[in-house]
Design a protein around this ligand. Structure first.
Ligand code: URA
Length: 235
């Protein structure tokens, strides 16, 4: 099998471990080991799978593909004291290319997000053309009006300040104040604004599914790598 070799200094800096100048220091301190190399050097060409820092294997050198459970109160921005990116290893903040989410959830919404540093993959999972179903659980302040299901399914709902009507959405009423809602588009604060257009107010919002993905048993703030077959499936 052919292996992609990369300069040690480039590899460690693009994976966010340390700056290129720190690589020399870490080598002097004997913190970096490379299988099959007695004395690895700054510019040694290495296979990422052979490199260990303080005895630990490196993070994946290829693109990252993650399934994540966003907690309430956190935001999908990089530069915020409540950033979701604090739930991932600190060094990933310095990784290039940067890790981003496919779409966003607002601060007061919990649930499923996909993340990656592969721009094309993110585009595929967030592009409107693919009309990926987003599944939400919604808790309302007031009882849901009787004709809500028909209105949502009709594709006639107009959100405040918008010209274009919402795409048809489906729902299942689970109690007087609760529903499961499936949308195939992702506008700004869409669920909250849809419920406002129906004369209601969202008290709690959770995304439990996105396309074929579900949260399974990930607790808020937890994440996992996607498997190969999950990454390469069609949206
Ligand atoms: N709709 C909202 O109102 N907020 C979200 O975070 C996602 C969908």
């Amino acid at each position: 099998m052919t292996q992609t070799l990369e300069r040690l200094d480039h590899l460690l800096s693009r994976l966010g471990y340390c700056s290129r100048s720190e690589v020399r220091k870490w080598l002097r301190e004997d913190r970096i080991r490379v299988t099959g190399m007695a004395t690895p050097r700054f510019g040694s060409k290495v296979n990422p799978g052979d490199v260990y820092i303080d005895g630990e294997a490196l993070d994946p050198a290829e693109p990252l593909y993650l399934l994540y459970h966003k907690d309430l109160g956190n935001v999908c921005a990089h530069d915020d004291p409540r950033s979701i990116y604090d739930d991932f290893p600190m060094r990933w903040r310095y990784r290039r290319p940067v890790l981003s989410s496919a779409g966003r959830l607002d601060r007061d919404t919990s649930g499923l997000l996909l993340l990656s540093d592969d721009g094309q993959w993110l585009h595929r999972w967030s592009h409107a053309r693919n009309a990926i179903p987003r599944h939400y659980r919604v808790l309302l302040a007031e009882p849901l009006r009787a004709d809500a299901e028909q209105i949502l399914a009709s594709g006639t709902l107009l959100l405040d300040g918008e010209q274009e009507r919402c795409q048809p959405a489906s729902m299942v009423r689970t109690s007087t104040h609760e529903l499961r809602l499936t949308l195939r588009e992702g506008r700004y604060h869409e669920v909250r604004r849809m419920m406002a257009a129906l004369g209601n107010h969202v008290l709690a919002l959770h995304r439990e599914g996105f396309g074929p993905f579900v949260l399974e048993n990930l607790a808020p703030g937890e994440w996992r790598y996607l498997h190969r077959e999950e990454i390469y499936q069609e949206p």
